[in-house]
Design a protein around this ligand. Structure first.
Ligand SMILES: Cc1cc2nc3c(=O)[nH]c(=O)nc-3n(C[C@H](O)[C@H](O)[C@H](O)COP(=O)(O)O)c2cc1C
Length: 353
């Protein structure tokens, strides 16, 4: 199990795991040649789930449970605390089930991170082959372990169908999620295939406090598991990984679909502050970045700070270049859709930004 988590990190760092197209490239701003805004005035401070952030950025849930994960999470936590942004951790299932030490999660307690997001998987809320379901007590323990403010329950069936040891039962998940959401704050989160309007409405009904759309365009977990299946010589899984490599709802489209009156985190393919700004203009309260931050965390704590500061500078630059003096103005600014995203929007009858 802990070996799997290490393999995920290694594959994301070393192999091509993205779909061919990054849909954020289809979202354009209209340049404003006379912005009448001073860069120094631009204030990115915001609140997410009642917690004050210095900028609308989330380091997305990634890892934990093996030796090097302690350093990776410490580096990410250092960056999140120093720059004042939110941080999620990787699935805590293995530690809750006694299969991994706690240290790569408890390390977060040593840092003053404004918003910490704990993490468990939706498939594990129902019994899977030979494994008991996680429940309310596990949810509370996961939060306590990282002194978390909200618990992400991630949906990752695109991964589970390809994963050699995947959990493939889903009946009863929404009800189980609702039971947990009645006791602790829950964030409904996808991991690369996006959230539709119907799913967003069902999550809202189940009592979640927010949604991380985790759309198509960035790290593809079918791709990640493809490499593992190939290594294991599991031909059918390998083929599933190839077939579903590009499966999902593009991130910008999911952001529009999932807007059902809850705070939205936009994750999936964000590479820089321009992508974060695109997400903010389409209704996101914050932009989430995983693989980009993993690269920095693999280097050092300082590299994470640097990477986050670059993103902050880019978000501010978009404000200036669009003539927006505040996040509220950016949220209202016009965007133009091109390419495949324009076709998705037209086909679904969505506005073009
Ligand atoms: C190495 C790695 C491990 C991940 N593990 C988890 C996880 O345990 N739980 C989760 O909710 N998401 C997990 N994710 C998904 C990310 O949170 C995010 O939704 C996805 O990678 C898309 O973001 P990106 O395109 O910026 O990488 C993981 C991502 C990476 C790169």
């Amino acid at each position: 199990m802990t070996e799997r988590k290490r393999e995920h990190v290694d594959i994301v760092l070393d192999r091509e795991v993205r779909p061919r197209h990054n849909y954020w490239d289809d979202v354009q701003f209209l340049h404003n040649a006379i912005p009448e805004v001073d860069l120094d005035e631009v204030d990115l401070r915001t609140d997410l789930f009642g917690k004050p952030l210095a900028a609308p950025i989330v380091i997305s849930s990634m890892t934990g449970g093996f030796k090097d994960a302690v350093q990776i999470n410490a580096n990410l936590a250092h960056g999140a605390a120093e720059v004042g942004v939110a941080m999620g951790v990787g699935s805590q299932r293995q530690v809750l089930q006694g299969q991994a030490p706690e240290d790569s999660w408890t390390v977060l307690r040593e840092y003053d991170i404004p918003l910490v997001i704990a993490n468990i998987g939706a498939p594990q809320l129902v019994p899977q082959a030979g494994k008991d379901a996680l429940g309310v007590e596990d949810a509370k323990r996961a939060l306590e372990m990282v002194q978390g403010d909200i618990l992400a329950i991630h949906m990752n069936y695109t991964q589970e169908i390809v994963q050699p040891e995947g959990d493939q039962r889903s009946r009863g998940v929404l009800k189980a999620l609702g039971v947990i959401a009645a006791e602790v704050p829950v964030l409904g989160k996808e991991t690369g295939a996006g959230i539709s309007r119907d799913v967003a409405l069902r999550l809202k009904e189940a009592g979640v406090q927010g949604i991380d759309i985790g759309g198509l365009g960035g790290t593809s977990f079918s791709a990640v598991e493809y490499y593992r299946a190939k290594k294991e010589g599991m031909r059918q899984k390998e083929r599933l990984g190839q077939t579903f490599w590009e499966w999902g709802i593009p991130s910008p489209i999911s952001l529009l679909l999932a807007n059902v009156g809850l705070p939205l985190i936009a994750t999936g393919g964000l590479r820089n502050g321009l992508d974060v700004a695109r997400a903010l203009a389409l209704g996101g309260q914050a932009g989430g970045m995983a693989s980009q931050m993993l690269r920095a965390a693999n280097e050092s704590a300082e590299a994470v700070v640097r990477a986050l500061e670059e993103v902050v500078a880019e978000i501010k630059a978009v404000h200036l270049l669009t003539g927006c003096g505040s996040l509220a103005e950016l949220a209202e600014t016009r965007t133009i859709f091109t390419g495949p995203t324009r076709e998705w929007a037209a086909s679904l009858g969505l506005r073009e930004g």
